[in-house]
Design a protein around this ligand. Structure first.
Ligand code: ADP
Ligand code: MG
Length: 330
């Protein structure tokens, strides 16, 4: 992993009027030039954490370091926020009655008008919004506004781009495109991107590093594939995979008990064998999901969710052999 550009050491921030909220004793590092995704449920402290990182809010205790120097809070600066960092807030913060071009160009100085124009078009092209230059922001779709907000953030050449829930306003097709653009931007411009999202799937496909936040605390961090395949806690497994959670008795019934209290079995780790009597389950329900079928199974009170990607369709009441390819224990 690349060197850390930002480091948080034991950072806490508790809201006066809401003592149970905020973030507690967060220590983490953000690798330079890569995409870090902070994932957690709504209210877990993601927006608070972004504000603390960029200096828009001061911690009660602990330190935030940018390139080994302290990030100053809003009390100590004329314009709040670290100069090298730009945030795209959840509400985009656009001048909605101004044209797209002016929204973006307005952040550059007028000393060299030709350069200003060139740079603005460069950024608009990069984000594929150059054809919208003359439109007013208010007349754009949510996804287009999102891109204008990102263009505004990167036009001044920040080293760190912070994005608060960047996908909340876009539908799933645009979401994939925007994910790819954020990755491209980070790679091409060398920007360090920090993105927070309540949807863990955003992190899986986009992050170089993923951080799981719960109730204001960092639970674990790592490469998305490591967190997915070898989660350190049940919360992460559930957040990333909607897995089967089995008690020790359930695990005994399935012959995978090794002494731990809880066993997580991802749906894709449940292997269905039509012509095999390994462990016989009954199909309780099937749901068509497009390219796969979700199959709910039961055996002596143990319920399992499995997926079937084959051409064969299961039917309710059918008996099916099951073997567990993998499981993780906690
Ligand atoms: P997230 O972005 O993950 O949804 P936030 O950082 O916005 O979470 O909020 C974390 C917790 O802090 C929530 O319980 C929220 O209600 C509370 N909170 C956020 N901002 C304030 C504030 N200005 N005053 C009091 N409580 C706040
Ligand atoms: Mg938030």
């Amino acid at each position: 992993m690349n060197n850390a550009i930002i480091e948080l050491q034991e950072v806490s921030k508790i809201y006066q009027n809401n003592p149970l909220a905020g973030v507690q004793s967060v220590s983490l590092s953000i690798p330079e030039g890569l995409v870090t995704v902070i994932s957690g449920e709504s209210g877990s402290g993601k927006s608070t954490l972004l504000k603390l990182i960029s200096g828009l809010m001061s911690p009660d205790s602990g330190v935030v370091l940018y390139k080994n120097g302290p990030v100053m809070g809003p009390e100590s600066r004329l314009i709040p926020g670290h100069d090298a960092m730009k945030t795209v807030a959840q509400d985009f913060n656009l001048n909605i009655y101004a044209r797209v071009y002016d929204n973006i160009a307005g952040l550059l100085s007028n000393t060299n008008l030709k350069e200003k124009q060139q740079k603005t078009f460069e950024v608009m092209e990069f984000l594929k919004i150059d054809h919208l230059a003359q439109k007013r922001a208010v007349d754009l779709s949510g996804g287009e506004q999102q891109r204008v907000a990102i263009a505004r953030a990167i036009i001044t050449g920040p080293e760190v781009l912070l994005l608060d829930e960047p996908f909340s306003q876009v539908d799933s097709i645009l979401k994939n495109e925007l994910r790819a653009d954020i990755k491209r931007m980070s790679r091409y411009l060398g920007i360090t991107a920090i993105l927070v999202s309540h949807d863990p799937l955003d992190g899986l496909s986009l992050a170089d590093k993923m951080i799981v936040l719960k109730d204001g605390e960092v639970l674990e961090e790592g490469a998305p594939s490591d967190l997915y395949n070898a989660p350190g806690c049940l919360y992460t497994a559930q957040l990333l995979s909607n897995c089967n959670v089995l008690s020790s008795e359930d695990a005994r019934e399935l012959d995978i008990y090794t002494g731990k209290d809880t066993v997580a079995v991802y749906a894709e780790w449940v292997r269905l064998n039509r012509n095999d009597d390994s462990l016989t389950f009954t199909v309780k329900d099937c749901f068509f999901k497009g390219f796969y079928e979700e199959v709910l199974l039961e055996r002596n009170g143990v319920k399992l969710r499995a997926i079937n990607t084959g051409n064969f369709r299961y039917v309710k009441g059918q008996e099916v052999g099951v073997s567990i390819d993998r499981f993780v224990e906690f």
